[in-house]
Design a protein around this ligand. Sequence first.
Ligand code: FES
Ligand SMILES: [Fe+2]
Length: 441
Amino acid sequence: MEQQEAITVDDIRDLVRPHQVHRRAYADPEVFQLEMERIFGRMWIYLAHESQLRKPGAFFRTRLAGTEVLVTRHTDGEVYVLHNRCPHRGARMCMVDRGNSRLLNCPYHAWSFRPDGTLSTVPHKQSYPESFDMEAPENQMQRVRNVESYRGFIFATLNETPVPLTEQLGEMTDIIDNLLARAPEGEVEISESYFTLEYKGNWKLHLENAADIFHPTFVHSSSVGAAKRAPQNASRLDSDQTRTMLEANGFGIDQWEGIRLNGLPNGHSYMSNFYSKGVLVDQTEDPVMTEYKKRMVAAYGEEKAADILSVDRFNNIIYPNMILNAQHQQMRITIPLAHDRTLIRVQCFRLKGAPDEMFERAIRFLSTLASPASMIFSDDVEMLERCQAGLDRDDTPWLDFSRGLDIDRTDETGSVSGVASEMPMRVQFKAWVEMMTQEVA
Ligand code: FES
Ligand SMILES: [Fe+2]
């Protein structure tokens, strides 16, 4: 908490102008510390999906604000979020990302805990004084009190008096609903395995990149060019999906002016009109899609199935840490580690009741566009690291976010814009300032 004295609310306000942001927002460890307290420590943060925690004893290791946590399923069926820290002497307990264990054992002196964090056994109990109380609160793993699930997506917050989760998510619940509705059985499972990638840059750079439709033409020109030069069916192993996905990333004026950007309260945003403008691949006419649509119609009826599939929203940014692409059954999670280090987790979903090939296709999309070895995301990461390297120097302190500023419109849902506007980044910074300047938790 000392940091709060060092940087004032006025300092924070001064970092963001209508069209500019000061480099200190990305390059100052004190600002980062405050973000962990006031954004990642007060907002609801997505941690895990319930399908990762089917059986009692299942756990998943991730981060909440500046702390490592374990999301667990207890024998009573409840989900708990525990600080990954032993109450005995503070040792970090679990070092694996996921697993299933009846008890969580500390590697130091072997205290063991149930999945709800309560102390189960201590070795050589007779050597402890009589006053040692196995049930005393200080001898239990510390729980995060506020944990909630929105339709299987588990969020938690360190805020003792949070707003309701659905209030924070606002209209972004629609896209989670849409992802589930795309499953003929109305349910999704998250892939057991996933990609992680760490880059040397601030967490906000990743969210800005996901909202930036101006850059693909330039940053991704090498893979777009290679795909354009390659003959049809060049990626024969996957019915040409990789080639067409790469090629479709070649944005031009039509996309810049045609894709609609939508900015919402609380820092959320998404792009629409992606498919109607022919961006990326819309595999409407192949046998897999035909079978999938048949199952959707059987489950929901013609009209409702068409409604579900017509939702055309790309890169749904659920501020501050989640990017969801329902059409591609894909999600990216942003996990800040330091002001200049960020972890990205890339995962995809299986739509229950859909043909297996739909899941294979989602993995293909994820590998082509967002894996660490992808010809696309690796180019993005190069840019994020170059930005951070530049931001760590003091010579040009102000960054420009003015693109589209005079063209954005506001309607009852929020801001809308075309022309590859930087409006979504301005929306992110609006929420950033609101959160960062709230002094009382
Ligand atoms: S630090 Fe965990 S048992 Fe001692
Ligand atoms: Fe990109």
